[in-house]
Ligand binder design. Structure first.
Ligand code: HEM
Length: 459
């Protein structure tokens, strides 16, 4: 290993690598509901590659609750979707319903303090310290910077030339993470960060799966991913050290500056390692997800001129509530994340079904959002359903729920509305000739397969 590796990076990899395997408690198959019996490798491929057809197929075949077995180690995943079952999962005791375990594979990159990886008391502390940077007051302070970034991005679009909106939304939401979350505005540092961060978010799942084997670390993709982490950590730690010296933290409006000011009840703040881990977590959790939701929204508005016109009117008259409904409806129709998972530390009962410790339970977002009972005319894009009080609790769950509900939910809705406002007040949207879309799995998100191509015409 090269000598200029920050010892903190090395320590993180040493500690998190073995945990990335996430050893499972053995579960007796007789204790979980029925489901497909083919090998767990085949089922994992079904879930990773074909979830949009496979999960609804299993629902039709086995009913509202079924079990699948996935890698590693053939772990059991019991899949629920009914609102009453979803409520029980989200309301489950956080000491019993752990969420961090299932994300252990991300440990070497996100780090041991990551909000996504910790459970119990550690999660409670991290959540309490991060929350002030995501409350309504903080969100308002980020808005004008996001608007500025959206205006610059949208201003660079060319009239009449089809382009992949997903690519542009990815570039924009990355800039939002760097400038509004990390608080970096210095061009030289942004120039250093962009390629490092891009390589981090584009790490292939194969690399993630290989983290637990130290010997792989010396080979091609694993070595390159590790070296990229070393370089990224160096820049992030330098930024944290400089920011600690800043005298204007109170007046700065970025997430990192706010996190530097928070104190726990003993007066302690977040350590450098904690800050690094949370920043990388926010980057990985908040960038592609928001870009994907926006790309699907633009696709739906471009596809349907009536909906496009209604949204355009809302953008020009400042009707943010309507724009938010548009975004929510696109996220309902095209769930960005397919399911949220909890690992049972003790036996638990859901929907009257007794499940053993060691089983994993999932609330399927794909199934919950496509329920005809919860969302009549569910295949239609109809934002009004969110304004007419039709959408009941636990039927629209793109951000999960309970104590683990996405901490960036408000942030991403505010960001999405700001971006839609800029796009729709500048352009009319249309689909290029013959353009069609279908979901494709990219890492864990479900992105538009063809990049949600659109054509814009300046108004
Ligand atoms: C459309 C955009 C987004 C979607 C669809 C989304 C979805 C989700 C989901 C499904 C979860 C798991 C919730 C659960 O287990 O119940 C989650 C957690 C999380 N998200 Fe988001 N997210 C989005 C945007 C963001 C943004 C913008 C950020 C930060 C800037 C963010 C940061 C996080 C974090 C830190 C967690 C872990 C929360 C915890 O375990 O306490 N997300 N997100």
């Amino acid at each position: 290993m090269s000598t200029d590796v920050d010892p903190r990076t090395e320590a993180r990899f040493e500690k998190m690598r073995p945990l990335a395997q996430g050893k499972q408690v053995r579960v007796d198959p007789a204790q979980v509901p029925d489901g497909p019996t083919y090998p767990s490798l085949v089922q994992s491929i079904g879930l990773m590659r074909f979830r949009h057809r496979w999960i609804p197929h299993l629902h039709r075949k086995y009913g509202d609750v079924f079990s699948i077995r996935i890698l590693p180690e053939g772990r059991w995943l019991v899949v629920f979707n009914r609102p009453d079952h979803v409520r029980e999962i989200f309301a489950g005791d956080p000491e019993v319903f752990h969420a961090g375990k299932g994300n252990a594979i991300l440990g070497p990159v996100m780090g041991e303090h990551s909000l996504l990886l910790v459970d119990s008391a550690q999660h409670k502390r991290a959540r309490r310290l991060l929350m002030p940077a995501f409350n309504a007051h903080a969100l308002r302070s980020y808005e004008s910077m996001i608007e500025g970034l959206a205006k610059t991005e949208v201003g660079s679009w060319r009239d009449g030339a089809p382009f992949r909106s997903l690519e542009r939304m990815n570039a924009l939401t990355l800039e939002v993470i760097l400038q509004v979350v990390f608080g970096v505005t210095d061009e030289a540092r942004l120039g250093q960060l962009r390629p490092l961060v891009n390589r981090t978010v584009n790490v292939s799942p194969v690399v993630f799966l290989g983290w637990s084997a130290p010997r792989l670390q010396r080979l091609g993709p694993w070595r390159r991913a590790f070296e990229n982490q070393v370089a990224l950590d160096r820049v992030i730690y330098a930024e944290i050290a400089e920011r600690r010296q800043a005298t204007d933290l109170e007046s700065r409006t970025d997430v990192l500056s706010r996190l530097l000011l928070v104190r726990d009840e003993d007066g302690g703040g977040l350590s450098d390692e904690e800050l690094r881990d949370q920043l990388v977590t926010l980057l990985l959790a908040g960038h592609e997800t928001t870009a994907t939701a926006l790309a699907w929204t633009l696709h739906e508005l471009a596809k349907d001129p009536v909906q496009g016109e209604k949204a355009r009117k809302a953008a020009t008259t400042g009707d943010d509530a309507y724009l938010e409904a548009v975004l929510k409806e696109a996220m309902r129709l095209h769930p960005v994340i397919p399911m949220v998972v909890r690992h049972l530390m003790e036996p638990a009962t859901i929907g009257g079904i007794e499940l053993p410790a060691g089983a994993n339970v999932a609330a399927s977002i794909i199934l919950a959002h496509a329920s005809e009972t919860s969302h009549p005319d569910h295949e239609r894009f109809r934002p009004e359903r969110f304004l007419e009080g039709e959408v009941a609790a636990n039927t629209w769950i793109p951000f999960g729920g309970g104590v683990r509900r996405c901490i960036g939910a408000g942030f991403s809705l505010m960001e999405g509305v700001a971006v839609l406002r800029e796009v729709l007040s500048a352009y009319d949207l249309a689909l290029p000739q013959g353009a069609r879309e279908a979901p494709k799995v990219r890492n864990i998100t479900s992105v538009p397969r063809h990049g949600a191509r659109v054509v814009v015409t300046r108004r």
